[in-house]
Design a protein. Structure first.
Length: 245
């Protein structure tokens, strides 16, 4: 299930605006959800994503790309510039226009628009967390969050290095968003496989909550205690150890 292009563009702009508004206030603030980054590094990372994405439009390979880090005082302005430039390019092109991506599938602008919307959303959450407490249940629109969970599993399946087995034990996870329909997932872990699929079934670990909170949780941004946790609760930590992008 995917959303319309208009909604992706709307959510992309809305979450980018969060980053633009918070940028100057978090430049030296640790962004603990991104390892040892501070706010300046977060802004530069997203600018790099935007600039590289723009260079991937219209070609069938990953282009050579050199990135120049910003001075902190210019980080927000340069991010806004990169966002505006990429948006201007994309808005002139149809969904099926070619644009390279690393998944090996759907090499089009439609993939890029969706990916940029969700990349920006997760980093807006990073910025919000760095700035202070937030309401995880209300941070994202439920339909957009549901789509983000779906996109996350698409990316994890496309990039095998994003998952690993730490013990060799097989286990299962059930995710259930309680504030929107058709947002349940079952994930089976095994030593050599990772199988997510939509649906409802009994699992070793079950996590229930808002679509917004679950979206942040699968990206390892939302603490376990923000969700209802049932079954083998210790397995929630296994997720953090075994799945990342």
């Amino acid at each position: 299930m995917t959303l319309s292009r208009a909604i992706y563009l709307q959510e992309w702009e809305r979450n980018a605006s969060v980053l633009f508004a918070l940028g100057a206030s978090i430049l030296e603030t640790p962004v603990t959800t991104c390892g040892d980054w501070d706010g300046h590094q977060l802004l530069d990372h997203l600018r790099r994503v935007y600039e590289r994405a723009e260079r991937r439009v219209g070609i069938d390979r990953d282009p050579e790309f050199e990135f120049t880090p910003s001075d902190p005082e210019h980080a927000t302005a340069l991010l806004i510039q990169a966002f505006s430039s990429l948006r201007e390019v994309i808005e002139e092109l149809p969904d099926e226009y070619p644009a390279w991506n690393w998944t090996g599938r759907n090499q089009t602008v439609s993939f890029l628009v969706r990916r940029m919307a969700h990349e920006t959303a997760i980093h807006a959450l990073d910025a919000g967390l760095a700035a202070g407490p937030i309401d995880f249940d209300a941070f994202f629109d439920p339909a957009f969050a549901r789509d983000g969970i779906d996109e996350f599993f698409t990316l994890v399946q496309a990039r095998p290095g994003a998952r690993k087995s730490t013990t060799g034990e097989s286990w299962s996870l059930h995710l259930h968003a309680t504030d929107i329909e058709a947002c349940e997932w079952l994930v089976d872990f095994a030593p050599e496989s990772f199988s997510p699929r939509p649906g409802h079934a009994k699992a070793d670990l079950a996590m229930r909550g808002s679509a917004s909170a679950i979206y942040g949780w699968v990206w390892n941004r939302v603490p376990d205690q923000e969700l209802e946790v049932h079954g083998r609760t210790e397995l929630a930590q296994r997720w953090r150890a075994e799945v990342s992008i």
